[in-house]
Design a protein around this ligand. Structure first.
Ligand code: MN
Length: 193
C-alpha cells in the first residue's frame, strides 16, 4: 500500500505564493496526488505488482499495454512527488556547474526549457534529464516519465491544466516563466545530478 504520507511536502502549501497559490497546492497535493495513490493501490491489489517499489512498478508496467492503467497511476505518483520536490521559492538561483557542459548559461537553459514547455500540446511534463552523460530537456505526454526511457530525471514541470489553471487560467506561458524565474529548487536539482 502506498500512502500520501510517504510523499511529504518539504514546505508549507502557501509558501510558493504568489506564483502558486495555497488553493492550487491543496488541490494538487491532497486531491490529485492522493487520487493517483488510491487508484494505484486498487489496481495492484492481489497482482504481481503488490509490494513492489514504485520505481519497479513503473518500469515493469511500461512494457505492456495491458498494464497501461498501472503505469499511468504509478508514473503520476512518481512524477508528482518529483515535481513537488523541485519547487522552493527561496532556493539559490545558480545553474549547477555540471550543467555548463550542455548549457551556456542560466539564460540559455531557461530559453531552451521555455521553448519546449511552450510547444507542449495537451497534458504532460517537461524535464531536465541526464542520459549517457548528456544533460537535456525533454517532454513526456500524459503520465509518461523519464524512468521508462532510461533517463535520470533532474527537474520537472507539471503542464497538466490542474497544475496552473486555478491561478493562471489560459496564461500558461506566465506559469512557465514564473517556474523558471522563481520556483526551481536548484539545490534539489544538484542533489540529483
Ligand atoms: Mn499534476
Amino acid at each position: 500500500m502506498f500512502e500520501l504520507s510517504q510523499y511529504p511536502l518539504n514546505y508549507n502549501k502557501n509558501s510558493l505564493e504568489p506564483y502558486i497559490s495555497e488553493h492550487t497546492m491543496t488541490f494538487h497535493y491532497e486531491k490529485h496526488l492522493e487520487a493517483y495513490i488510491a487508484n494505484l493501490n486498487k489496481l495492484i491489489k492481489d497482482t504481481e505488482f503488490e509490494g513492489k517499489s514504485l520505481e519497479s512498478i513503473i518500469i515493469k508496467s511500461s512494457h505492456s499495454k495491458d498494464t497501461a492503467s498501472i503505469f499511468n497511476n504509478s508514473a503520476q505518483v512518481f512524477n508528482h512527488n518529483f515535481f513537488f520536490k523541485c519547487l522552493n521559492k527561496n532556493s539559490e538561483k545558480t545553474l549547477p556547474s555540471k550543467l555548463y557542459s550542455n548549457f551556456r548559461s542560466m539564460d540559455d537553459f531557461k530559453s531552451q526549457f521555455r521553448i519546449i514547455a511552450n510547444t507542449m500540446f495537451g497534458s504532460g511534463w517537461v524535464w531536465l534529464v541526464a542520459e549517457a552523460q548528456e544533460y537535456k530537456i525533454v517532454k513526456t505526454t500524459n503520465a509518461d516519465t523519464p524512468l521508462a526511457h532510461n533517463q535520470t530525471p533532474l527537474l520537472c514541470l507539471d503542464l497538466w491544466e490542474h497544475a496552473y489553471y486555478l491561478d493562471y487560467q489560459n496564461r500558461r506561458a506566465e506559469y512557465i516563466d514564473n517556474f523558471l524565474d522563481h520556483l526551481i529548487n536548484w539545490e534539489f536539482v544538484e542533489s540529483c545530478i
